[in-house]
Design a protein around this ligand. Structure first.
Ligand code: ADQ
Length: 462
């Protein structure tokens, strides 16, 4: 079995539960193969020279964690700039929030070259390399330019935008050409693959060869949908552990006569949180029977706070929640509980299980794992209802959820009401199907199918 080398912007110790689903999922194969996980250390060196960074190595069981410091200049242009102020908004269809500053691309290339230069000497001949996410799109091209011949796969965790939106990025052709240096490109959803195909055919004047194979720029690549899942068994175990049960009991006690609607997200503009809160206000306005009896709990963890757009969304949400509580609140009932903090991972299942309705309504999302976690945490005998945005990658799989268009405030409010009113029989039926789906395609299935496809890819030059 070839050694697995994972490359991602951030690295986590796979032995720590708090590291979350992805680290645990990749950790298994990393442990089995004595693998290497390579990425940024999280440290920024003030005044450090651009394009340079010290490498640190650490053992985590059989896994080697190799991390690299970044200079302030590289960090600000590669991470804050090009990754989070260009690629993230554009890939989530938010051209209005993209900042196409000339200096960003230089830093993005420089950081990818630095990653490649530091990674190359650590590689063994039959390694399999798996690169993650939009921060590292050109990494394979940089590695190939330095002579790397190992198989390299890429997985994009966020959506791939339609060709016409992609084309707004000044370097779109360079980015797509870079993707062709991989042996396998994994996307979250069929729709992302359709966007890729359309780009290849009409923008790159390439060909779709069938069987997920594409040819352009004189190169051939396989590109397919590999929808990421959760570790259903681990999540079920968490659901029955003490922290989650305590959380569940607290919520049930606190809200004994009330129905809970729950949102859990990073406070990101892609997650559609203000739209969701506006739809909840509409629910209270149109269906007054929910006043006093329904409460929206919105947990939004702080994220990327140094990027301007994130400060804006925070202020918008605070004033929206304040206005609803002012307009509808009673001395003994607040319609919205908005908490701008992270919830400990172990408590998330308890919260999900206590909520009659799970609201996962992003304006755009690669997959959205909260949707799957909500389903996994439910009591099969009396499950809650998942309300899911049609613009989340998860909507392609979770067909028995109630799908909404989050831009349609009134329509979303109607569906919230439908969810609150749904008879037990129907809730059970939908939940059973949803649970089966997320079990069949869990995170281990995702890792296996991606790595299997990558191991079958022909290495370049063969
Ligand atoms: P993210 O946008 O970070 O990831 P998502 O899939 O929604 O998001 O959530 C990731 C994890 O974070 C989940 O396990 C969730 O429970 C946890 N989480 C989110 N908010 C939290 C909070 N307030 N408190 C505690 N935990 C919280 C990107 C893409 C997604 C894709 C994932 C995985 O944007 O579309 O599903 O990668 O590929």
């Amino acid at each position: 079995m070839s050694r697995l080398v994972v490359v991602s912007n951030r690295v986590a110790d796979p032995r720590k539960q708090a590291a979350g689903g992805l680290a645990v999922a990749l950790g298994e194969t990393l442990q089995q193969t004595g693998g290497l996980w390579f990425g940024w250390s999280g440290t920024v060196i003030e005044g450090g020279p651009a394009g340079e960074g010290e490498l640190h190595k650490q053992q985590a069981g059989k896994v080697t964690l190799a991390t690299l410091d970044l200079s302030r200049e590289d960090h600000d242009s590669y991470y804050l700039g090009y990754s989070n102020d260009v690629l993230w908004p554009v890939f989530h269809n938010r051209l209005d929030l993209a900042r196409f500053e000339a200096g960003f691309i230089g830093g993005y290339r420089r950081a990818n070259q630095l990653f490649a230069r530091k990674l190359l000497p650590l590689l063994k001949e039959d390694d399999i390399i798996w690169v993650h996410d939009y921060h590292l799109i050109p990494l394979a091209a940089e590695l190939r330019a330095m002579g790397c011949r190992q198989r390299i796969g890429f997985f994009l965790h966020i959506p791939l935008p339609p060709q016409i939106i992609m084309a707004a990025i000044p370097q779109h052709e360079w980015l797509t050409r870079s993707l062709f240096a991989y042996d396998l490109i994994g996307l979250q959803a069929r729709q992302d693959q359709e966007h890729f195909e359309r780009y290849v055919l009409s923008e790159a004047h390439g060909e779709a060869l069938g069987n997920d194979m594409y040819r352009a720029y004189g190169q051939t690549v396989r590109c397919g949908a590999f929808p990421i899942g959760i570790d259903v068994d681990e999540f079920a175990a968490l659901t029955h552990a003490k922290e989650a049960r305590d959380m569940y009991d607290t919520m049930k006690r606190e809200y004994s006569t009330r129905r809970l609607l729950l949102g859990i997200d990073r406070l990101d503009y892609s997650k559609g949180i203000p739209n969701r809160v506006r739809a909840f206000r509409e629910l209270l306005a149109h269906y007054p029977e929910n006043r006093r009896s329904a409460t929206l709990i919105q947990i939004a963890s702080p994220t990327r706070e140094t990027v301007d757009a994130y400060g804006d969304i925070r202020r918008e949400l605070e004033s929206l929640c304040g206005a609803i509580n002012g307009d509808y609140g009673e001395l003994d009932w607040m319609p919205v509980r908005y908490i701008h903090r992270n919830v400990a991972r172990k408590r998330v299942p308890g919260l999900c299980r206590a909520a009659a309705v799970g609201l996962v309504t992003p304006l755009r999302d690669g997959m959205n794992l909260v949707a799957k976690e909500y389903v996994a945490a439910q009591d099969p005998a009396d499950p809650g209802v998942l309300v899911l945005s049609r613009f989340a990658g998860a909507a392609e799989q979770l067909k028995e959820a109630l799908l909404v268009n989050p831009y349609d405030t009134h329509g979303t409010a109607e569906v919230m009401q439908q969810a609150l009113q749904m008879p037990l029989e129907e809730r059970r039926h939908r939940h059973q199907k949803l649970l089966q789906g997320i079990r069949d395609q869990d995170v281990h299935w995702w890792r296996r199918t991606f790595l299997q496809a990558l191991s079958e890819a022909t290495p370049p030059g063969d």
